[in-house]
Design a protein around this ligand. Structure first.
Ligand SMILES: [Zn+2]
Ligand SMILES: [Zn+2]
Length: 145
């Protein structure tokens, strides 16, 4: 993985008063190598290092608090995790309510323009200061349909 990402993660952790330990590094490697948001079980399956489930869970909590990891809520034990957009790229998700799979959906300029226009109306109406948006499309994947 790009050293740049590790440097940024180390910096975010330092800002949160945390060290970049080998378990945290292995977890970031697993997330970075995944093509989509993954569960803890996926991380345990793909990580090169032998990791304990409890330590990965604690690690993800620390990484989330430090702004390194974004957590997508799911049924108990089936939350999915990905690197935060500040480390990757802005994108959306396709969430299957049947099998629970989550696929990344690259942001299209057309969708971004539409969302930005809608958001501008909302901020003008409410005085809300916008930092960004998250958009997940929920439904059935091609296999479950
Ligand atoms: Zn599905
Ligand atoms: Zn977007």
């Amino acid at each position: 993985m790009a050293q740049e990402i590790h440097d940024t993660v180390a910096e975010l952790l330092a800002r949160a008063g945390q060290r970049y330990t080998p378990v945290r590094r292995a977890t970031v490697d697993a997330l970075s190598g995944a093509a989509r948001p993954v569960t803890i079980v996926d991380i345990l399956d793909t990580a090169d290092a032998k990791l304990a489930q409890s330590s990965v869970y604690r690690t993800l909590t620390v990484l989330e608090e430090a702004g390194v990891v974004h957590r997508l809520p799911g049924p108990v034990g089936f939350a999915r995790y990905e690197l935060a957009e500040s480390l990757t790229e802005h994108h959306h998700h396709l969430v299957c309510v049947s099998c629970g799979t989550v696929e990344d959906l690259p942001a299209s300029s057309r969708l971004e323009k539409t969302v930005a226009m809608a958001a501008a109306e909302v901020t003008a109406d409410t005085g809300f200061k916008l930092h960004g948006h998250r958009l997940d499309l929920v439904g059935l994947c091609a296999r479950c349909k």
